[in-house]
Design a protein around this ligand. Structure first.
Ligand SMILES: CCCCCCCC/C=C\CCCCCCCC(=O)N[C@@H](CCCCN)C(=O)O
Ligand SMILES: [Zn+2]
Ligand SMILES: [Zn+2]
Length: 504
C-alpha cells in the first residue's frame, strides 16, 4: 500500500457496520483471549507461559495487523507489545491507545463458570479479564484489523501499547515502553487507557447513565507499620505486646478518615455538569455548590464508592505477627494501602498518618508511593478529551453527559506522563455497581453486545482522530477552536516518527 505522495488525502469514512461472520469471529476471538490465564500474582510471579502464548494468539487472530507494511510490531520487556502505526500525514501528532494483557488471580470459588473458560451464557461472555482489560486489548486490535481489511490507511500515526504486568506495577511493561518511546523522541497528543466507564446507578437519584472520562488518577502509598518488642513467655505477659500496640495503631488509622477534600479535584466540575440530570431539589443544590458544598461533600461520604472520590482512602490490607501460641511475639507488621486524593501529596498523607498513629514505638516503612497524577485538560481545545466526547456522542447517542473524573484505581498510563499531558482513562462500556464489584471479584462478564459496541467505538475513534479539524460538515464544535492551536499539536520536521517503516 503506497503512502508516499498521498500524505494529505483524506480517506472516505468507513461505516462501523460488521457482518454476521465478523461479529461471530470477534466474540470467539475474545473468548480465546480469556482462556489464556495471563495471571500476575506479584511483580516476581507472572504466568510467563501464558504471556508467551498470548503473544502467539494475537498473531493468529489479527493476521492483517501483523502483516501490514506501515505497522511495526515490537515485543518489549519480553511479553509486552508495542505497535507503531505510521499514518500518512506526518504533520499530525501521534496518539496512543493502551490496554493490558495480565489479569488478577481468579480462584474457581464463587464463580458460576470457571473463570478462564470464556463461556458464553445468556448473551454474556464470562471470565477474568472480560472487563479488566482483555476487552479493551482485543477491541483495539480487532477494530484495527477490521479497518485494515477495509483498506483504511490512517492519517494520524498512533501507537498501541499492551502491557504485561499492569496488575503488579507495570515496571517491566509500560515503564519500558515509555522509556523506549522517550528515547525515540516521541511526544504524544494524548493517551487513552482503561480506568472509567459509562456509569449507571452509582449516584442516588441520578436516573440516567453518564460517561465519566477520568482526567486524573489517585496516588498511592503502601505503608508498612512495624512494632518490635522483647519476646517472652506468654504465661507472664507485659501490659502491652507488639500485636496490641500495632492493632491499636491501625485501628486509629481506620477510625480516623483522611480529610474530605471535595472541591479540590475534577469531581466538583462533574457534579455541576450533571446538575440538570437530577430531579428537584438536587438540581438546585448541585447548581449552587458555592452554597451547598458542605452538604454535598457530606452526602458523598455516605457511599463507599463516592467516598473514595472525596478523600484519600485508608485500607488495612495485611497484618502479620506471632510465631507460636505461647510466645510473646517479638515483631508485628501491618500494611496500609492509601489511595491519595488529587488535592493531596504523599508527604502530606504520611504526616497525617504519623499524627493519627501518634506512637513513637511504631516504625513507618514506605514500601512504595507516588503522588496523584496531574489533571489532564478537558476544555474545548483538549484533542483527546474532545475526540472521546465526539465518539461517545456518536456511539452512545442516549448518553447526555460526558464529564471529567478521577480514577480511583491505578493504571499503566501513569508511566507515560513523560510523553504527554493528555491522559484519558475511559472504557466505552456501561458499568453498574454490581459489575464494578466483579472487577477483581467473581463472575466478571461482558455482554456480547457491549463488546461489539466497544469494537465499534474504537473503529470510529481511529477515524475521528484522522478527521481534519479544518474541514468537513461533521466537524465537532471544538474543531474551529482547534485551528488556533493546530501548530501546538504538530511536531516540526518531516516525520514525527523516527522509526523506519517501509510504506512502499
Ligand atoms: C460521581 C461519580 C461516581 C463515580 C463512581 C466511580 C466508579 C468507579 C468506576 C471505575 C473505576 C474502575 C477502576 C478500574 C481501574 C483499576 C485498575 C487496577 O485495578 N489497578 C491496580 C493497579 C495495581 C498496580 C500495582 N500497585 C490498582 O489500582 O490496584
Ligand atoms: Zn486493568
Ligand atoms: Zn485490574
Amino acid at each position: 500500500k503506497g503512502l508516499r505522495g498521498k500524505e494529505h488525502q483524506r480517506a472516505p469514512r468507513i461505516p462501523s457496520q460488521f457482518s454476521q461472520e465478523e461479529r461471530v469471529a470477534m466474540k470467539e476471538a475474545l473468548k480465546g483471549a480469556i482462556q489464556i490465564p495471563t495471571v500476575s500474582f506479584s511483580p516476581e510471579e507472572l504466568n510467563t507461559t501464558a504471556l508467551a502464548e498470548f503473544g502467539e494468539y494475537i498473531h493468529k487472530v489479527f493476521p492483517t495487523v501483523f502483516k501490514t507494511s506501515f505497522i511495526r510490531h515490537e515485543a518489549v520487556g519480553e511479553y509486552s507489545h508495542l505497535f507503531t502505526v505510521q499514518g500518512s500525514d506526518p504533520s499530525l501528532q501521534p496518539y496512543m491507545l493502551l490496554a493490558h494483557i495480565d489479569v488478577v488471580p481468579a480462584p474457581d470459588e464463587g464463580w458460576d463458570v470457571p473463570p478462564f473458560s470464556g463461556l458464553e451464557s445468556d448473551g454474556f461472555i464470562y471470565g477474568r479479564g472480560t472487563l479488566d482489560n482483555k476487552n479493551s486489548l482485543m477491541a483495539i486490535l480487532q477494530a484495527l484489523e477490521l479497518l485494515l481489511i477495509r483498506n483504511y490507511i490512517p492519517r494520524r500515526s498512533f501507537f498501541i501499547a499492551l502491557g504485561h504486568d499492569e496488575e503488579v506495577s507495570g515496571v517491566n511493561g509500560a515503564r519500558k515502553i515509555s522509556a523506549l518511546l522517550q528515547a525515540r523522541g516521541i511526544q504524544l497528543a494524548f493517551i487513552v487507557d482503561e480506568g472509567s466507564f459509562i456509569l449507571d446507578g452509582f449516584i442516588p437519584n441520578l436516573q440516567k447513565p453518564f460517561a465519566m472520562v477520568s482526567v486524573s488518577e489517585k496516588g498511592a502509598i503502601n505503608l508498612m507499620l512495624q512494632v518490635n518488642m522483647t519476646p517472652g513467655h506468654s504465661s507472664a505477659p507485659p501490659k502491652e505486646t507488639s500485636i496490641g500496640i500495632l492493632a491499636a495503631a491501625v485501628s486509629r488509622l481506620e477510625q480516623t478518615p483522611m480529610p474530605n477534600m471535595f472541591g479540590g479535584g475534577p469531581l466538583k466540575m462533574a457534579l455541576q455538569q450533571l446538575a440538570n440530570e437530577f430531579p428537584f431539589p438536587t438540581n438546585i443544590v448541585l447548581s449552587n455548590l458555592w452554597l451547598f458544598q458542605p452538604l454535598v461533600s457530606r452526602l458523598m461520604e455516605r457511599n463507599y464508592i463516592t467516598n473514595a472520590l472525596v478523600r484519600t482512602t485508608t485500607a488495612l490490607t495485611m497484618f502479620n505477627a506471632g510465631i507460636k501460641v505461647n510466645v510473646i511475639p517479638p515483631v508485628a507488621q501491618a500494611t496500609v494501602n492509601f489511595r491519595i486524593h488529587p488535592a493531596q501529596t504523599v508527604q502530606e498523607v504520611l504526616k497525617l498518618a504519623k499524627d493519627i498513629v501518634a506512637d513513637d514505638r511504631i516504625q513507618f516503612h514506605v514500601l512504595n508511593a507516588f503522588d496523584p497524577l496531574p489533571v489532564s485538560p478537558s476544555d474545548d481545545q483538549a484533542l483527546g478529551y474532545q475526540l472521546l466526547r465526539q465518539t461517545i456522542q456518536s456511539v452512545f447517542p442516549e448518553v447526555n453527559i460526558v464529564a471529567p473524573g478521577t480514577c480511583i484505581g491505578n493504571t499503566d498510563s501513569r508511566h507515560y506522563t513523560n510523553l504527554t499531558t493528555g491522559i484519558y482513562r475511559f472504557n466505552p462500556i456501561y458499568l453498574q455497581p454490581q459489575s464494578f464489584s466483579s472487577i477483581h471479584g467473581i463472575n466478571e462478564k461482558i455482554s456480547v453486545l457491549a463488546y461489539e459496541t466497544q469494537v465499534k467505538f474504537i473503529f470510529e475513534f481511529i477515524q475521528n482522530a484522522d478527521a481534519d479539524p479544518r474541514q468537513g460538515p461533521s466537524m465537532p464544535s471544538w474543531g474551529l477552536m482547534a485551528v488556533g492551536s493546530f501548530s501546538l499539536l504538530t511536531i516540526p520536521g518531516p516525520s514525527c516518527l523516527p522509526v523506519d517503516v517501509s510504506c512502499s
